[in-house]
Design a binder for this molecule. Structure first.
Ligand code: 4NP
Length: 165
């Protein structure tokens, strides 16, 4: 992950295909983990989809339910599509699967400083993908994968931000 030596703030963007299942789940879970560490004012969080079919829509009811069962409310989030400005606005851009990552590589401007990669790398699972649950289901498994990877990411960001204090 490429970041300034002493970042005052770190901006993280989660990316999936539709922005109604995996990435809004990651946004909600990570937001709560960051808040629990007292870092809400130092970490900016958002999510988006590489596709534009669900712009303006709330998260899928199954994703909302999986999060709600763990005390996380993602009902207020709305779908949006990835844009070129995201590569200058965010420091860390994390894809759920290899297709999303390939799209990031395609969209990324040559002069972008953003660090892009797969979310599951943060769980010590290089090359692993969070599977698309839209047709196949598996929302509980998806939630668990996202939770462990984003927890590790939150711990790493905490260290970097502490070092910058
Ligand atoms: P997501 O899931 O990428 O995790 O939000 C999907 C949502 C919608 C579709 C595909 C995947 N879709 O084809 O509409």
């Amino acid at each position: 992950m490429r970041l300034d030596d002493s970042p005052a703030k770190i901006r993280v963007l989660f990316v999936c295909l539709g922005n109604i299942c995996r990435s809004p789940t990651a946004e909600g879970v990570f937001r709560q983990q960051v808040r629990a560490l007292g870092l809400d004012d130092r970490v900016e969080i958002d999510s988006c989809g590489t596709g534009g079919w669900h712009i303006g829509e709330p998260p899928d009811a199954r994703a909302q339910q999986a999060a709600k069962q763990r005390g996380i409310d993602i009902s207020g989030l709305r779908g949006r599509q990835l844009c070129q400005e995201d590569f200058s606005r965010f420091d860390v851009v994390l894809a759920m699967d290899h297709d999303n990552l390939a799209e990031l590589e395609r969209w990324m401007p040559a002069d972008s400083q953003a660090s892009i990669g797969l979310l599951m790398e943060w769980a010590g699972e290089p090359g692993a993908a969070v599977p698309d649950p839209y047709y196949e289901g598996g929302f509980d498994r998806v939630y668990a994968m996202i939770e462990r990877a984003s927890q590790a990411l939150a711990a790493e960001l905490e260290q970097r931000l502490e070092a910058a204090r």
